[in-house]
Every structure is written in C-alpha cells, then in structure tokens.
Write a protein that binds this ligand. Structure first.
Ligand code: PEP
Ligand code: MN
Length: 329
C-alpha cells in the first residue's frame, strides 16, 4: 500500500496515520518527500479494510493498493511515465536519448575527442568511466578522481552532460560533484549499501541490470533508490549471462520491455556490454528502439583498436554516425 499525505501535513498527523496502519499489522517502510509525505506500508493484513480506514482519515490524500513487492517503482504507484531531466535533456520523454562515449576516460585528449565525435552524431550525454569495475584486479582500474576532473572540464567546454560510474559508497560525494548522472554498474546492482546512499542523493542514477538478476530483482534494486527518496532513476538493460562464448552476454529485450511495462521508470539499453562485439551493435540498437526503449548507452572511442578497455565492442566515429543515421530512418 502507498499512502500519500496531504500537502504540508504535520509530524503528528503523519504519526497518527502510521499508527493506524501499524494497527492493521503493516510495517512502515519508507517515508519520502519534502512537501508531500508518502508512506509505503508492507505486510500481510486486510488491505481492503485498512485502505478504507486510512483513506477516511482527513490528513490522507490518497491510499492505493500495490500488489508488486516494489512499491514506488511500480506502475500502480504512478500511472504516467516518469521523465528524468539531466541538464537540458529529458530521458523517458518524447525524444529517444542516446548516451555515448568510451568505456574509460584515458586522457583529456581522448575524452575531449570522444565528446566532440559523439555530439556531432547526435548523442545527448557523454559516458566515460573514471572508476572501472574490472574482472581482473590487474586490469586498468580507471583514472579515478583525475578522470572526474577531466570530465568536469569536458562538460564545461562542450556543454554535454556526463554519466559515469560510482563503484563505492566512499566515492558518492566526489562523483556526484563532477557528473550529472551516476551509474550503478551491473556488478553493483545489489550493493545495497551503495543503493541506500544513492537513495539519499537528489541526482539522476542510471541503474544497470546485473547479468544474473531477474527483472523483479532489478526493480527491487531500483526500489532501494526510490524508497530512500531519490525518484530520478533510469533503468538499463545491459545483457544477461548466457552460454555462447561468441557473445559477451545476451541483450534481453523481453526483460527490458517487461521492466518498462511493470514500472513507470525510463528504460534504456546498452548493446555494447550486451554483445561485446561492435558488428552487432547497430542491429541491437534498432531492436531496442523497436522494443520500446527510451534510449541507449553506447561505447564509442576515437581509436577503438587502441582503447584501454572494451575496444572490441567500441564503435569508431564513422560507424557511430552511420548507426545514428539509420536509427532516424
Ligand atoms: C561500463 O559501462 O563500462 C560497465 C562496466 O558496464 P556494466 O556494469 O554493465 O558491465
Ligand atoms: Mn565498458
């Protein structure tokens, strides 16, 4: 159940409503909002009777039954689709938004070139990893804070908003200071401490699906963010683990469409990590668009053959520009 209080309810009024809900055997799990408080009540009780009783209280604006385990993320909570504003661009609105850039920030020159190249072809956000989650501890781990400073300069010069991954709770503050949207990588989808910390932030978060997570687990991970009060969440399908060694992962378009059907949040696709191969990326981009995605995040590098990470799945500028062109037709 989700109970919305009337605007500017007092602490006492909120507590009275919480008490009434608890009387019916429910637990109060989240209270969000500055002006309007919204209460999530979870448990097993007589929902119909509780709903009626709570809705009759004068301080309550609305009470709705939500059967899904994720409450704030659910379509039942918000019937209209959520639009997430990142600087000048809106994700989940009428425009199909493409974010692009290299896997890692390698140098100021490389990321500046990448920014210009992707913007020219129509990308609206620049991606670039500063903190890299690598399978091997011996692989390049990213330039860290130095990369964040470089990204800030690139943003100032090009005006492109930046999306970059945050790996640890310790880095949330510094990453949030330098980027417009914080990415939670696939490996951290169920890092609940990180999700709780990002729930306190009032900045957009791009939540990638873990390669082994069900759609329900993915939406419950998003619930951590919304329950903490951060409503600015974009979901990203980036491929799930499969058995074919010729493919890095499998782009789960049905899972992506299902997530979009079950929730009001925007959902984008990452064909780069989903396939691991640049030759398949244009087809997967068009497939994601056809399946209802709100946008894409694509790895593009000025010189893919010499990229420090994920070169094999990175597009060069001409192929990215061509792909963008085919998406418009
Ligand atoms: C990335 O975006 O470069 C990345 C590491 O993605 P994922 O978390 O989906 O593997
Ligand atoms: Mn990558």
């Amino acid at each position: 159940m989700i109970i919305s209080m009337k605007l500017h309810s007092t602490k006492e009024e909120i507590e009275q409503v919480c008490e009434r809900i608890r009387d019916f055997g429910y637990k109060i799990h989240a209270i969000e909002g500055e002006e309007r408080v919204v209460i999530a009540a979870v448990g097993i009780g007589d929902t119909t009777v509780c709903l009626e009783a709570v809705e009759a209280m004068p301080q309550v604006e609305k009470a709705v039954r939500i059967s899904a385990p994720y409450k704030f993320v659910s379509k039942e909570y918000r019937t209209e689709r959520t639009r997430i504003r990142v600087d000048d661009c809106e994700i989940g609105g009428d425009e199909f938004i493409v974010m692009a850039g290299p896997c890692s920030v390698e140098s100021e020159k490389q990321i500046m070139q990448a920014a210009e190249g992707v913007a020219r072809a129509g990308a609206k956000l620049l991606r670039g990893g500063a903190f890299k989650p690598r399978t091997s501890p011996y692989d390049f781990q990213g330039l860290g804070v130095e990369a964040l400073r470089i990204l800030s300069r690139v943003r100032r010069e090009t005006g492109l908003p930046i999306v970059s991954e945050v790996l640890s709770t310790d880095d949330v503050e510094i990453v949030a200071e330098h980027v417009d949207m914080l990415q939670v990588g696939a490996r951290n989808m169920q890092n609940f401490a990180l999700l709780r910390r990002l729930g306190l932030l009032r900045k957009p978060v791009l939540l990638k699906r873990s390669p082994a997570a069900t759609v329900r687990e993915w939406l419950l991970a998003a619930e951590y963010l919304l329950a903490g009060g951060n409503n600015q969440v974009v979901l990203c399908e980036r491929g799930i683990r499969s058995y074919d060694p010729d493919l890095r992962n499998t782009l789960d378009l049905a899972g992506m469409a299902l997530a979009r059907q079950l929730s009001h949040l925007p959902v984008i696709a990452d064909p780069s990590h989903a396939t691991g191969r640049r030759d398949l990326i244009p087809a997967m981009c068009r497939a994601a668009l056809a399946a209802g995605a709100d946008g894409l995040i694509v790895e593009v590098h000025p010189d893919p053959a010499n990229a420090i990470s994920d070169g094999k799945q990175s597009l060069d500028f001409p192929s990215f520009a061509h792909m963008m062109e085919t998406m418009r037709n």
